[in-house]
Every structure is written in C-alpha cells, then in structure tokens.
Ligand binder design. Structure first.
Ligand code: ZN
Length: 86
C-alpha cells in the first residue's frame, strides 16, 4: 500500500521541488517542507538519494545533525504520596 511520508526538497541544481519518500515515520501520508521535518523522519531519511528530473543525483542530509541529546530523570510523585498539606 502507499504508506509513506514525504519531504519536498529543492534541487540545488535546477531549483525544482523533489519529493523524497520515507517509511520511517508514522506513515500517515504527511508531506513536509524540507525546513520543517520531524526529527524522527529527518534522521531516518539522512543519506537517502534520489535522481532529479534534471539528472542531478541528490542526497538528502540533516543539517547540523545531533548525535547525542541530554536526558534527565525526574521523580514521579503520585497524588497519594504527595499530599496537599491540609
Ligand atoms: Zn534538478
């Protein structure tokens, strides 16, 4: 089935819009402009290639890829334990 998301990017050679398709994301037939792609989809498409109608071989890349992100742990306090001080 045609289950994919796509990103519309501009060919640097002929300035035509080129559609890159990916099955990485939620596959809800969303189309994203190249400047606003959800991270999960962008990283999944990193390095994908396609040939433009002008003949140029294109590769889609994440600008300034982040390879590590900061996480932290937070204590989860349930309402029962928290109390309200009454
Ligand atoms: Zn082109």
């Amino acid at each position: 089935m045609g289950c994919y998301d796509s990103v519309r990017a501009t060919c640097p050679k002929c300035k035509t819009k080129v559609e890159f398709q990916t099955k990485v994301g939620p596959c809800d037939l969303q189309e994203y402009p190249e400047t606003r792609v959800p991270p999960q989809i962008a990283y999944g498409m990193h390095g994908d290639t396609k040939t433009c109608t002008c003949g140029a071989s294109l590769k889609i890349l994440v600008s300034n890829p982040v390879t590590r992100v900061q996480m932290h742990v937070e204590e989860v306090v349930t309402e029962d334990e928290e109390g309200f001080g009454y």
